[in-house]
Design a protein around this ligand. Sequence first.
Ligand SMILES: Nc1ncnc2c1ncn2[C@@H]1O[C@H](COP(=O)(O)OP(=O)(O)OP(=O)(O)O)[C@@H](O)[C@H]1O
Ligand SMILES: NC(=O)c1ccc[n+]([C@@H]2O[C@H](COP(=O)(O)O)[C@@H](O)[C@H]2O)c1
Ligand SMILES: [Zn+2]
Length: 270
Amino acid sequence: MVSRTPLILLACGSFNPITNMHMRLFELARDHLQKTGRYQVIEGIMSPVNDDYRKKGLVSARHRIAMAKLALETSDWIRVDPWESEQETWTETVKVLRHHYNESLRLLQSKKELMKNKWPIERSTEDPLSYQHSVLPELKLLCGADFLQTFKTPNLWKEEHIKEIVEKFGLVCISRAGSDPAQYISESDLLTQFQHNIFLVKEWIQNEISATQIRYALCRGLSVKYLIPDSVISYIARHNIYTEDSERKNEGDLLQPLKLHNTTVNPLND
Ligand SMILES: Nc1ncnc2c1ncn2[C@@H]1O[C@H](COP(=O)(O)OP(=O)(O)OP(=O)(O)O)[C@@H](O)[C@H]1O
Ligand SMILES: NC(=O)c1ccc[n+]([C@@H]2O[C@H](COP(=O)(O)O)[C@@H](O)[C@H]2O)c1
Ligand SMILES: [Zn+2]
């Protein structure tokens, strides 16, 4: 049997709030990558952005993490990770990737240590996927096509970070109405150079749920049932999270990545 490379998918974003589509991204990506015959998707990680990102209407990470945890209770392979949101300031995405990759290596090492101390018979029966412990895992950034499109927003991303993401890690990009990732890749020399490491996944059933639209509906008292999990709807109601006030949070503020690059335009925070 040809061994598959263990693969971890990492999605970064606001998740304000988590929607059914955010979870679908992982399912679509896993199906696509497993069908290539090259990968065994072993884990999905959702990493809600730090409050210091300063996006308009971004509610506290404490709530965004709690909602994602509730939503992911029904998944046996996707989890939410608070590391990024717990840092002092906003963290560039490539550094979040580096952190989670190092964590996966650390885990692999400790599993190997554990195996070393076991009798051979225990080793062979304990974990049917134990062969994976000897193969280095890969970590890929999972995103929607609009995320890929932001690479060309002036001053938002450092060129060397985009290069590291597509060269060292890799991207899995799910189609989204209004974005044409294939065309966008063909327009970028850097993305074209590394397109073997960019997986474009076509969503087979159009699903245009947007977290911003969910927040607007909640503010207007409209139903969002069947667009986000019931447990998340109850949490939002209990804590009265999305209001006209919360929507004004960070209004007029510059997104932290743009601030870091010292620019005066703010295309994402109008
Ligand atoms: N309907 C969708 N189709 C494809 N990708 C999506 C969809 N909704 C969200 N994503 C992806 O999920 C990730 C996290 O997105 P984000 O938290 O910004 O959610 P969003 O629904 O796009 O919110 P907003 O409307 O506030 O921008 C991004 O990579 C984004 O492209
Ligand atoms: N230079 C960078 O690393 C950079 C720039 C802009 C956004 N991002 C990330 O992309 C994601 C964008 O999320 P939203 O689509 O919700 O704005 C966030 O996780 C944010 O941290 C990273
Ligand atoms: Zn978005």
